[in-house]
Design a protein around this ligand. Sequence first.
Ligand code: GH3
Ligand code: MG
Length: 328
Amino acid sequence: MNELSVVKSVVLVVDDDRIIRCLLRRAMEKEGYKVIEAENGEECLAAFQSLAPHIVLLDAIMPVMDGFTCCTQLQALPGGDRTPVLMITGLEDKQSVDRAFEVGATDFVTKPIHWPVLRQRVRRLLQTSFLFNQLEAANQKLERLASLDGLTQLANRRRFDEYLDQQWRHMAREKLPLSLLLCDIDFFKPYNDTYGHQAGDLCLQNVGAALRLALKRSTDLVARYGGEEFAAILPNTKIFGALHIAETIREQVKALGIAHAKSTVSPCVTLSLGIACLIPMPDVSSATLLKAADEALYQAKARGRDRWCVSSEAATKAIAVGDSIHLG
Ligand code: GH3
Ligand code: MG
């Protein structure tokens, strides 16, 4: 535990009695803490929001707003439920103690204040709170790392599967279309063989970055699906929206101008794309969408690469509603 981080803590002292506030200030400053003061619950809430203290020492009985009401409202403020609240009060009947913990107090000490006990309690509460915050930050970092592809910094396959499943259910509930693009680099094995594996990795990074730029909505997700295969999940996107994005991606990857002497379709690195679009049904799995996009990708390869193809089901449906469609 880093002692320094605790020493620099900000303590919010809330009490209507000026003398108690003064005594608490002196005791806390002696420990190296910075002290701010409030005279009642309302002032406490305002100071909490503007100054974000690390701990609150809260009196129970005060005019304007008492400590119990204040503590309840603190819990609803941003950061309120993770900031320790130590109630310091003359009330020590069972009911008051129970109520203090019910409204979210972390600990309770009674007046007259036993100063060595208070000092230890405050220190312990601050340490626990710092450790909790560190643990939470580490967890968030781990969560992020577990969802990222190390090479391209795009979402990885695990995150892709999770998000596809989540959006499949969401779009099924809303009866909205879900589009999926599978994108595969053309002749990537010959690219590696010609330019080396490191150049291959760099190519994957650049193609990944181009895909990320082509997708604009915050709900779109682009992922590295496999070795040289990428996937884009486009929630609430109709087939023609998906075609437009696929064409943009195809053009932008080609425009990167990554030389590829062994490609038989272009002097530069190109992509083939498979497009599928469905309004999910609750009794059908998201694998149906993946299979359709995969079949369309296969078609794009078979028809000569550097193009997109639409799954036959999506194309049939689009034609059925009177739209014309260009198949790759
Ligand atoms: P197609 O046009 O039909 O897609 O042919 P292709 O050569 O692109 O496809 P194939 O599946 O034969 O080869 C994919 C290659 O991608 C083989 C593999 O070595 C390479 N690859 C997969 N992952 C990575 C990676 O992380 N880095 C590098 N440099 N290459 C990779
Ligand atoms: Mg390939």
